[in-house]
Write a protein that binds this ligand. Sequence first.
Ligand code: HQG
Length: 181
Amino acid sequence: MSELSKISKFLSFILRHRPDDIGLKLDNKGWVFISELIKKAKPEVLLTKSLIQKIVVESDKQRFKISEDGLKIRANQGHSVKIDLGLKPTIPPAILYHGTATRFLDSIMQKGLTAGQRHHVHLSSDIETARAVGQRYGKPAILQINAEQMHNDGYQFFLSDNHVWLTNLVVNQYILRTLDS
Ligand code: HQG
């Protein structure tokens, strides 16, 4: 793994899950001062402002965002710590996709898609992203979500700054396994 990927993983871990590991506190919208992050990551991880900027710009999934004044950073989605990203409910496309592993299918078809440790269930508007997400846990299975029907039935959707669709729960009546997986 490259040095940049390692640091990106460290940032994901701290900014989404365990800020307290380095004595950092996220504000209620998930932001931290970059200067404080740099100070507290030391000596385990040596960060600089330009390194952080490079990771933010080059992150394949645009996982992080720097505030308009350039002073703060936050993760765009994927949190398990309690914060409010302040996203507004948004009308989803008719169909969204969720990538998972085949070994989870029985449970998903029984209980629906649940957020687990994270705040939301993560969905994408394209199959390729879903396949890549599913591959992280084993043989991928791609689920097609009837987002239009969910929306009509009153379920809310949110779109993160890096274009991940988020919702709280997908009950099994809206889930179809695609032939593509
Ligand atoms: C599964 C990565 C059993 C779910 C990705 C998934 C994404 C169930 C796993 C982002 C279940 C949770 C999120 C149920 C859901 N029974 N298994 N009832 N309901 N599951 O990692 O969506 O690279 O928390 O299918 O690319 O895989 O970190 O969620 O397999 O965008 O930026 O439980 O994380 O982004 O796994 O991934 P996760 P996810 P980053």
